[in-house]
Every structure is written in structure tokens, then in C-alpha cells.
Design a protein around this ligand. Sequence first.
Ligand code: AMP
Ligand code: ZN
Length: 478
Amino acid sequence: MKIYNTLSKRLEEFIPITPGKITMYVCGPTVYNLIHIGNARPMIVFDTFRRYMTYRGYEVNYVSNFTDVDDKIINAANEEGTDSSVISERYIAECRKDMQGLNVLPATTHPQATKEIPEMIDMIRTLEDKGYAYKVPDGTVYYRTRKFTGYGKLSGKNIDDLESGHRSENHALKVSGTEGKEDDLDFVLWKPKKEGEPYWESPWCDGRPGWHIECSCMSKKYLGDTIDIHAGGEDLIFPHHENEIAQSEAANGVPFAHYWMHNGFLNIDNQKMSKSLGNFFTVRDIAEHYDLQVLRFFMLSAQYRSPLNFSDKLMESAKAGLDRIKNAVSNLSDIIESGADGGMTDAEREIIEEAKRQQERFNEVMDDDLNTADAISVIFDLVKLANTATKSDSAENGVTKEFASTLKDEIVTLGDVLGLILEVKEETLDSDIERLIEERQEARKNKDFARADEIRDELLSKGIQLKDTREGVKWTRI
Ligand code: AMP
Ligand code: ZN
């Protein structure tokens, strides 16, 4: 597997710290609103990376945080006249729903900043002990940026160029807590509380952490001092990831992450997405018009580092593309039901050989820095093979069940690696469930417990769990 490493600025062979295992941290969203389609891009592409590496036999420990204390969350809470935890918990729940719709697997751990405050205080204390942090009179704690000799190594920025930029920025904003700040480049690790804001006690003052420290702490706590991969959108390279490196490496004394992966930005009709331009879409907005699988498919139609343009036209063509694949899978399913019995014909065996070569090509392009665009074209090639082989009526041309099932498995498996659900599973309708529950009640009344149990097990196999309560039988999907 070759990965483009933002740190070395070149493609590198991926070598994990522990053979067969991957530790990976992906910066997650700030939860003050429904997630937008830009936020969905890192979720989808790094979930695909995780799925692919799992398919290649790695055990992936995947951590992605929710930033649940931040100015935007506090503002949203003040507007609603509620607590900021009400806002963050609500949008974490909504984000999880969107992730499910996008078929993004839950992370191994989803830490939240507000639940890791003692760890952050510990790390800031370590930085202070080592001379990398200092407190100013109002209680703000700063990171002493210039003391970290590697500062700028990720973003490729020169520390002296940064200084002038920061100075004018600070002067323009009249940032509070600047009295006693040693250098304009120094960034906040801890800040004092303000009226109406959540706060925690600390050795410096009642207050809350700066943004960057949470990722350094959570990565250390859940994955260790040095991890394989740290990832996020390219806007995070500077200052967020640069600051994370400075904090973690100064505190832990070892390299922070071996590989840094960054996704390119998603634009709308070739413009930056923004509320003021009126071209801002949440994942929920898209879900009103499309199955979210189409959004996932669309996001994977470009390699993750390229900029990606979103438009109605491109979404329509993504929908058509995904439908084409699903139709081919559905045709193959029909043949599995009604095709010819017996072993594959020689011609079919040849096609399967070709399909196996395509599967190898899928691995090759995915090994090339996760080229999902080419991986999708491999799936289209398989669809072409399937459509050519099955184009006339299966009974007439005698396509075998074995052929259809082998080819279908391959397409569905590769789709699954990309997190695309290609097989339409028959949904158990609520009315069917109700009917079976009634039948089970009837059987129980007649003391036909064998039949009653049979029905319970049948429902269970369809993902329906029954519970006998005082109010009667209740069911849930599992
Ligand atoms: P935020 O909630 O702004 O911290 O963003 C969460 C994640 O979404 C980060 O990895 C960002 O880099 C990423 N992100 C935000 N906007 C976009 C966009 N338009 N395109 C791609 N990634 C984005
Ligand atoms: Zn982060």
C-alpha cells in the first residue's frame, strides 16, 4: 500500500508500527449543527481506507473524535437558551444517524472533548514542566511555539514567515489574554471561563481547553504516543495538525504519527461552500432527494486528495452509475434463482478468470493511495462482463447459477470494500411482522409452543426481536 504522506510530501510504502495492525486517528466534526456534505468527505474516504485495509487483513483501531466544546456550540446554546451539552449531544446523535445512512462504520472509539478534560490538564502540565507552556496573568495558558524546533514541518511553513502573519492577525482581533503573551506565534492550550460558558477547574484557572489539545490527548489515550496514521481534511494541516504535532511530540518525546493523510475539499458548482453564498448543504438536505448511498458513491468517484466538485448534474450521473451496478447485481440474483444447474461452461470459466484479474486490478489501484475512482471503474468493468454474459434470457442461453453466483459475490464484495450496498435485501414489512406475531399468539393460545418458538426464531433471523411485555408483544429491529 502506498500512501501520500503530507509530512514527507511524497508517496510512501505503508509500513505499520506493529505488523498486521493499524492505529488511526481522524479529526471529527464540531457538533453544533447537522453535518454538511463537506464534513461527510473525510468520514467516507477514511472509512473506505479502513474497510480496504481490513479487507487486506489488517486489524484497524480507528479513533475519531467529536469536538463538543467550542465557541460555535456555546453560541448555538445561547441562541436556544439551553446548555451547550444539549446542543452537542443532540448533534452527535444526528451525526451518528447520517453516518449510518452513509454506511460509515462507527469508529472503534468516538471520544468527546468534554469527557477527557483531566487528560488534557495532565498533558498541559507536562508541557509546562518541560518549558513548552506558560501562563499569563488572566489565566490563559499558551504553547511556546518557537521552542519546538520542528514547528512547520507538516505544513512546510517557515516559522519566520508565520510570525508577520500572526502579528497583524492578533493586532486586528485584539485577542484577549494577550497581556504577557511572549510571542504572537504562541497558541492557546487553556483559556479562562467567560460568563455563560461551560468551564472546568484546572491548576491555572477555571476555564476550558483550546481546540488543538483534545486530539493530542485522545490520540495518546486510545492509540498510544506514536500512531500509524493521522487524518483529516486539508484545511486542518495548518494550524490544527501542526499544533497537534508540536504538543504531542514535546509532551511525549517521540514522533506523533508516521503518516498524515488529508482529503481535498468539496466545492459546490466550483465555488467554496458557504452559508452566505446560499450553496450550503447538509447531509440531511441531500437525503431528501437521494439515497445517501448515491452521495457515498459520488464522493468515491474521485481520488480522496483531489478537489471534488458537487453539482446536481454530477449527483444525477452518480445515481445512474450506481443504479447500473445494482441492476447488474439484481440480474445475477435472478439467474441464481432461475439459471441452469450444473457446473460452469468453459466460456463462463474464462469470464470468471477475467473477473479474478479485475479483482487484482482493484487491489492494485486501491494500493495506489486509495484510488477509489479507478476502483469504481474496475467494478464497471465487472458489470460489463456480467451484462455481456447474461444479456439474453438466462433460460435460453443457459447461464449457470454457479457462474451468476460467483460473479455476483465478487461484485458485491468489492462494493462492500467501498462501503456500497449493492444487493437489495428484501425488507420485512411491518404488516408481515404483525401477521406473524398474531399467528404466534394464536399458536400460544393453542399451546402449540413449538410453532410459537419457530415463529420467534424466524423473525429473529429477519432481524426482528420479540419481547413479551405486560402490554403485549413488542418488537424491535436489531
Ligand atoms: P469541522 O467540523 O469544520 O472541524 O470539520 C470536520 C472535518 O470536515 C474536518 O476534517 C474538515 O477538514 C472537513 N471538512 C470541512 N469542510 C470540508 C469540505 N468542504 N470539503 C472537505 N472536507 C471538509
Ligand atoms: Zn483534530
